[in-house]
Design a protein around this ligand. Structure first.
Ligand code: NCD
Length: 306
């Protein structure tokens, strides 16, 4: 929890740096390996922009341009990059890839998405966004997570962070077959106490198939896309495509001060007519990604440590 708040506080400072000076020299002389073995726009570019705004440099590595094409193991590729750089960001299609790679490394590794596993840096930028939008931490907040909760790695990481705050209500809205995995539910329900609160109230979790069951009370609506690339058969994906669509009609049912988030990319789950509503926070969320990643890069490179 202390670390989570440190990231949010540091991201707040990074936003000030960017808003006032554009960049700084905090990581001058440092090099980041930005390794993406799966497609990415936001995560890859925000890490690169973050490193550059901190005065550091970036080596970009993709699957097609690296020796993984020749059959090199992930751990060997990563060990190689660790010889040249001070920290590594890894996105990889295999669940558990970052945990595996980190065993072989003596430089900090940031998991930028491991298949249908986790996406912790996204969860931190999501928390920073919730904090910025609500102007407080999410104690007592009702957060609804909508869409593909089975394969959507962002929600797997986000609910585990939210569970650290007292009294959070988590509503999982998804088709039965795409509901939140049991091991994530268990990780959330295992958070039973916290030394950061006098009276900690553990998170509640409930599953729904209809958004209408919760929409009028949500403080944060976190929308995700159905993860087409994770389905074994394309027909399976087609069954769920378009299951939930956020429109003006949805907005009309929501609280006036609710927040709508989406890790993006969207592929039709939120209609463009929603974008101009002040509750639509997903473009601000995207920019917050850069501030949060500046914070993470500064912290893992040893800045601000005593
Ligand atoms: C997410 C991801 O890659 O998991 N995107 C992102 O990092 N902003 C969500 C997604 O692809 O649906």
């Amino acid at each position: 929890m202390r670390t989570i708040r440190t990231v949010v506080d540091t991201a707040t400072k990074m936003k000030q740096v960017v808003d006032t000076a554009g960049k700084c020299d905090l990581l001058k002389g440092k090099i980041l390996a930005n390794v993406f073995f799966e497609p990415s726009t936001r995560t890859r570019c925000s890490f690169e922009a973050a490193m550059k705004r901190l005065g550091g440099e970036v080596i970009n590595v993709s699957a097609s341009g690296s020796s993984s094409k020749k059959g090199e193991t992930l751990q060997d590729t990563m060990r190689c990059l660790a010889c040249y750089t001070d920290s590594i960001v890894l996105r990889h299609p295999m669940k558990g890839s970052s945990a595996l790679a980190s065993k072989y490394l003596d430089v900090p590794l940031l998991n930028a998405g491991d298949g249908a596993g986790e996406h912790p840096t996204q969860a931190l930028l999501d928390l920073f966004t919730i904090y910025s939008e609500l102007k407080r931490y999410p104690e007592g907040a009702h957060v609804a997570l909508l869409g593909d909760l089975k394969y959507g790695r962002t929600v797997h990481s986000l609910v585990q962070i939210l569970a650290q705050f007292s009294g959070v209500r988590l509503s999982y809205v998804a088709p039965d077959a795409l509901q939140m995995p049991e091991y994530i539910e268990k990780a959330v329900s295992d958070v039973k106490t916290s030394k950061f609160y006098d009276k900690f109230v553990p998170a509640t979790q409930a599953k729904y198939s209809s958004l209408d069951d919760v929409i009028d009370t949500v403080d944060v609506l976190y929308v995700t896309r159905i993860q087409k690339e994770r389905f074994e058969k394309p027909e399976e994906y087609k069954k769920y495509q378009g299951s939930y669509i956020i429109s003006q009609e949805t907005l009309d049912k929501m609280k006036k001060n609710a927040v709508i988030m989406h890790p993006l990319p969207r592929v039709g789950e939120i209609l463009e007519e929603v974008d101009s509503d002040p509750r639509a926070a997903y473009f601000r969320q995207m920019r917050n990604g850069m501030f949060t990643r500046m914070a993470l890069l500064a912290l893992v490179n040893g800045c601000f440590s005593k």
